[in-house]
Design a protein around this ligand. Structure first.
Ligand code: 7PM
Length: 272
């Protein structure tokens, strides 16, 4: 008789960008409807979480105003939650957007600033929501200028330790926390590769690890400067590596393809 291990399933988080670069100019019925259509497609393709984001965190990007971000993401979250029972995460840092998103039905707060903005911790504690704490060195505008670490893996782990403590002190239950090393956020290619190579070390927290590498510059850099449209195979390879190293959630643009490769990982993992 074989011994099949029942490990928890690796989940695919589909990226839904509600930004002017993705769907015209946010807020309009047309924009909300197109976002819903995209979300439904990702669900049909096997995503179990939809990550709705309205703030461009691209290196060097301009800040998005509060009202603009609300207008972009809130109608989309309402519509997805009205028409499906999919888990929704909101990619934001602002306490007011967090609160409105949670009222609209969002299930997870995915914050690239790890709840360090004013009142963010308090709102999450009040709503007893799940949170994803991402590591970033610096701010989106300037983070890629000169990333520097003595030991990136240790420094990211120390950051997790400190933010988990801040969350728990604010009243967020430890079991509601997801950790994310923040690929590309204030990191060189070497830093990103060191993090990916040692991803399993973050399992020591006993919390789910989320990884977002899909189409990122680190993939392009390893592929002789391949543009975003030619990073699918690289992104899938990174997803396989991350999930073999214990990641619970893989955040991606290409849901269908990622679901397919992760099925192979899941098959192997059941015999680990
Ligand atoms: C431009 C550049 C647009 C970079 C968008 C991005 C992550 C995230 C993002 C991640 C978590 C992207 C990023 N990346 N949230 N939000 N983890 N938790 O490539 O790695 O999607 S935005």
């Amino acid at each position: 008789m074989h011994t099949e291990k029942m490990d928890s399933l690796i989940q695919i988080m589909g990226i839904l960008n509600v930004t002017p670069d993705s769907f015209s100019d946010g807020g309009s019925f047309d924009t909300t409807d197109r976002a819903l259509t995209q979300a439904l497609k990702m669900v049909a393709d096997g995503a179990s979480i939809i990550d709705v984001g309205g703030e461009s965190t691209r290196p060097g990007a301009a800040d998005v105003s509060l009202q603009e971000e609300l207008d972009r993401v809130i109608p989309v979250i309402q519509k997805i939650k009205n028409e499906t029972d999919i888990v929704v995460s909101v990619d934001t840092s602002k306490a007011i957007v967090i609160k409105e998103a949670l009222i609209a039905g969002a299930d997870i707060v995915n914050d690239v600033r790890a709840l360090q903005e004013p009142d963010a911790l308090e709102v999450c504690a009040e709503f007893n929501t799940a949170v994803c704490l991402m590591h970033m060195q610096g701010q989106p505008r300037s983070m890629q200028n000169a990333p520097h670490y003595k030991e990136v893996v240790k420094e990211v782990a120390a950051f997790f330790e400190q933010r988990i403590k801040a969350c728990v002190e604010a009243g967020i239950h430890r079991e509601k926390i997801i950790l994310d090393p923040g690929f590309g956020f204030g990191k060189t290619l070497e830093h990103n590769l060191q993090l990916l190579a040692h991803l399993e070390s973050f399992q020591s927290f006993g919390l789910p690890v989320l990884v977002g590498i899909s189409r990122k510059k680190m993939i392009g850099e390893l592929l002789n400067g391949a543009p975003v449209g030619q990073r699918l195979m690289g992104s899938l390879s990174a997803a396989v590596i991350a999930s073999m190293k214990g990641s619970a959630i893989i955040r991606v643009h290409d849901v269908k393809e990622t679901v397919e490769v992760i099925k192979i990982v899941q098959g192997v993992k059941s015999y680990e």
